[in-house]
Design a protein around this ligand. Structure first.
Ligand code: NOJ
Length: 764
């Protein structure tokens, strides 16, 4: 009875405090709409507090960029207490998040909660495959689920907001950040971008209130994927046609999917830094696309406009960024230092500050942070969620779906499950760190299941492991360069002996997980270190090799493509790498991945991509040198976009269109029959490409405009239907107008971008 009274009193007290708060802080009234609450709060804010909302600081330990001068913990705490910080990044864990949130909510005048951001790129602690690998699954449902797992874990650890998805279309494998995106194609990239936004945020904005959802961030706006020569942070100089048709579509798709934030990029676009780019951020994003969330700068990118030679000093960089619509300053320390004075001097209009603050507050309200600033601060949930069985199973599933079978000429795969002597060779086979990839700040080192551990689960074969040679020298980390072993071959002999005595050799070769990602551009796409030499030495003693590639970008492997009978693309598959690889090698999972980026024959072909243009001399009609080609290597890729084999075989037949002549606006209906004519059940990605054969601005010779992932039991046939509408048949002109032009179209349907059944139609 006594207890009941206390409870009643407690409830009454809480209610009264809440009510008092609502009177003193009318924006806490949940009955009001979000827009009403914003308009109740904004007039109460001083200019300093408004600018504070536009300021984001890094946490106190991990950094994901250059550490700024003067960015001490003391300064951050002082600014937090004054209400001069709207967000923090890379603070993680319930305890740490609660501590900073408490300062914002309880020690500042208005108690505006922080929004806590983090690079949840391919998982939080339980890691999925790197995003490029996930893209190879072409499985939108699985990709959405993978993002949902990441959101689940991150949100349980105090995080409200991820800096993902990266939707940069990219076709230059020299650029290390191709691992973060969905590859070279804007159509596939757009579909994947939507799946990732929904996975992080939920299907609707209302879902953001849920405890296991976080705000997403489409990045890097824009064209970062086209840095010249694949050189990190370099300039971008591209045509309007490329911008409108290749770069922007995935960004637009995320806006339509409800993404709540955007991040701009380090690069200049045709001479103007993205961070100070009025055309990109104000005209297109906030104007044409009506995006009402907020834009965060990239790490120190506001200050970097000075080094670019676009802003003359800190004041100028600050003003240019705000005017261009960069709403929040990540780690430049400029808005907080300069913006108040610039407004007072009339150099930046306060209305622009108000616009930025409204956007930031909107997202905070949508996340429910005003109603419960500690919604992601539940230690019990943190413990129960991170690394739980469902999440482990989920990333394993995603990892298997991401694997691409590139070659299986002699049928070495799937491996027999018993009576085999298997030599497993390569330092990466026994590596528990590299498979985690490069974005894994919340994960512990050496926590991946290695390929060796995965293979050891299959106990009825005789397995021996030899590294052959170390891949790297010393330790490596997110912040440091990888140094390769180029001299120590002392393990070669033992590896050769193991290979000689084996029925099958499985070699795990490629790049270390820290060799791709931000700041990791390369000019050499061959197998690094001593690996090519090791491969050729092993081949001499036993050519029955299954090559398992680990890499964060397309590699050039011309020798292996010619000589090695089986090649499996296994990327960096995250926490469950070894189990996924072993299950595929042993046939417990039939691979169905398809490449989301073309693999070059050598680095000189880069950038190489399937959706290229014809040129005026596409073929050798006169048997002389005057046609578009290289004199030293074929111009086709080693492995094209959309390519990937299976343990079974798929036959395509009966490609049909409902008509051959269409009026503009009419739907083109296409069907094709696909049969599994091999010996395993499997999945196939059926792909539809179009070619608009002549247009006012030339169109690529192939453009992906539809795909479907189908399950086919052995012997089974399915009919797959596609519909082409104006949305797929048009393109953007150089002013950004969408045009559907009459003319003839070719279509191709198949299991890869390089071949398939062909047909065509006319559009009037
Ligand atoms: C710089 C990277 O470009 C960006 O993608 C990332 O989100 C930020 N650093 C924060 O770590």
């Amino acid at each position: 009875m006594k207890n009941k009274k206390i409870i009643t009193f407690g409830f009454f007290a809480l209610f009264t405090i809440g009510n008092m708060n609502a009177q003193k802080k009318p924006y806490l009234d949940k009955k009001k709409t979000i827009e009403e609450r914003i308009e109740l709060l904004l007039p109460l804010m001083t200019l300093e507090e408004k600018v504070g909302q536009m300021n984001q600081y890094n946490g106190f330990w991990d950094v994901t960029g250059p550490a700024p001068k003067g960015g001490t913990a003391e300064l951050k705490y002082e600014h937090l207490r004054k209400g001069w910080v709207g967000s923090m990044l890379t603070v993680r864990g319930v305890k740490e998040v609660r501590a900073v949130q408490k300062i914002a909510v309880e020690e500042t005048r208005l108690g505006i909660p922080l929004i806590i951001g983090f690079d949840v790129i391919h998982g939080y602690k339980t890691l999925s495959p790197i995003p490029l690998a996930e893209a190879a699954s072409w499985d939108l449902e699985a990709i959405e689920k993978s993002a949902a797992i990441a959101a689940d874990e991150a949100s349980a650890s105090g995080i409200n907001w991820t800096f993902g998805p990266n939707v940069d279309v990219a076709n230059d494998a020299r650029w290390g950040r191709v691992m973060e995106g969905a590859g070279e194609d804007p159509y596939l990239g757009s579909k994947i971008a939507i799946a990732r936004v929904h996975g992080f945020q939920g299907e609707t904005i209302a879902d953001l209130q849920k405890v296991n959802k976080i705000a997403a961030c489409a990045k890097h706006f824009a064209a970062y994927g086209y840095v010249e020569a694949g050189l990190e942070y370099n300039i971008v100089d591209i045509s309007n046609s490329k911008l409108y048709n290749s770069v922007l579509p995935p960004f637009k798709a995320t806006v339509d999917a409800g993404v709540r934030t955007f991040m701009n990029s380090f690069n200049t676009l045709n001479g103007v830094p993205a961070t100070g780019n009025v055309f990109l951020q104000r005209d297109i994003l906030k104007g044409k696309w009506k995006f009402d969330g907020f834009v965060i700068s990239d790490y120190a990118s506001i200050r970097e406009m000075i080094a670019h030679g676009y802003a003359k000093d800190e004041d100028d960089a600050t003003a240019k960024a705000v005017i261009a619509g960069s709403d929040m300053d990540m780690e430049s320390y400029l808005y907080v230092a300069k913006l108040v004075a610039l407004v007072k001097e009339g150099k930046v209009k306060e209305a622009l500050v108000d616009d930025a603050v409204r956007r930031i507050l909107r997202v905070k309200f949508e996340l429910g942070l005003f109603d419960d600033p500690y919604k992601n601060c539940d230690e019990k949930r943190e413990k129960a969620t991170i690394g739980n069985k469902a999440n482990i199973d989920g990333v394993l599933d995603m990892a298997k779906k991401s694997i691409v079978l590139l070659k299986n000429d002699k049928g070495l795969l799937p491996l027999k499950k018993s009576g085999q002597k298997i030599a497993l060779i390569g330092a990466l086979a026994n590596d528990k760190n590299s498979p985690l990839g490069s974005w894994r700040i919340a994960s512990d080192d050496n926590t991946a299941v290695s390929v060796l551990e995965g293979m050891q689960q299959y106990k009825d074969n005789q397995l021996t492991f030899e590294k052959g040679a170390d891949l790297i020298v010393g330790k490596t980390s997110f912040l440091n360069e990888v140094i390769f072993n180029t001299t120590d071959k002392s393990g070669f002999e033992a590896a050769k002996t193991a290979a000689k005595n084996a029925d099958v050799v499985v070699m795990v070769l490629g790049e270390h997980g820290f060799q791709s990602g931000e700041g990791r551009s390369r000019t050499d796409l061959n197998l690094p270190g001593l690996q090519q030499e090791l491969l050729e030495e092993i081949y001499k003693v036993n050519p029955n090799i299954v090559l398992v590639l680990n890499n964060g970008r397309p590699l050039s492997i011309p020798w292996a493509a010619e000589h090695v009978p089986s090649i499996v693309e296994a990327w960096h598959l995250g926490t469950q790498t070894g189990n996924a690889v072993a299950q595929v090698l042993y046939g417990d999972y039939n691979p169905s991945g398809k490449l989301p980026m073309s693999f070059p024959r050598n680095v000189g072909q880069v950038p190489i991509y399937y959706n290229k243009y014809s040129t005026g001399r596409p073929i050798d009609s006169d048997k002389n040198v005057f046609w578009s080609h290289y004199t030293d290597v074929e111009k086709t890729p080693q492995f094209p976009f959309g390519f990937g084999l299976s343990y079974t075989k798929y036959d395509y037949k009966n490609l049909k269109l409902n008509k051959t002549v269409f009026a503009k606006g009419e739907n083109v209906q296409i069907s094709v029959e696909v049969t599994n004519s091999g010996n395993y059940n499997g999945k196939e990605v059926v792909q539809l490409y179009i070619h608009d054969q002549f247009a006012s601005i030339i169109r690529p010779i192939k453009e992906l405009k539809g795909f479907e992932l189908i399950n086919l039991k052995k012997g089974e046939t399915k009919t797959v239907n596609f519909t082409l509408t104006d949305k797929e048949l048009g393109f953007y002109d150089n002013d950004g107008n969408y045009l559907v032009e009459p003319g003839t179209f070719k279509i191709m349907v198949g299991g890869s971008s390089d071949k398939g059944l062909e047909s065509g139609f006319e559009l009037n």
